[in-house]
Design a protein around this ligand. Structure first.
Ligand SMILES: [Zn+2]
Ligand SMILES: [Zn+2]
Length: 113
């Protein structure tokens, strides 16, 4: 979407770029357009918006912030538990996907054997 100018959701080419804003505008009111990285560090986002369906795609605006995330955050594929490589099964009580080694469902309390 950022490079192509095409919305991946609806195929529209009416994609607007929010990447040319001044730094103090880009952080948003009350720092709403940033994500926390670690400690005092935040990363501003560049947003691209589809004018047809409203889909928003966000990118880290600053290269140094991206480098900091690469040093500080775990890779999705190396995490354990939620979303990692751990296999899941669905809870017989509520159907939520739960890591296989969990003893009970955190949502409905159903014991898992
Ligand atoms: Zn769209
Ligand atoms: Zn459950």
């Amino acid at each position: 979407m950022r490079e192509s100018g095409v919305c991946p959701k609806c195929g529209s080419t009416e994609v607007y770029a929010g990447d040319r804003m001044a730094p103090w505008v880009k952080v948003g009111s009350y720092w709403s357009n940033v994500i926390p990285i670690s400690g005092w560090f935040n990363a501003e986002l560049d947003n691209y918006v589809c004018g047809q369906c409203g889909y928003v795609e966000s990118y880290i605006a600053r290269r140094d912030r991206l480098e900091r995330i690469r040093r500080k955050w775990p890779l999705v594929r190396q995490r354990s538990g939620w979303g990692g490589s751990t296999r899941t099964r669905s809870c017989p009580g509520c159907g939520t996907a739960i890591p296989e080694d969990w003893k009970a469902c955190p949502y409905c309390g159903q014991p898992l054997t």
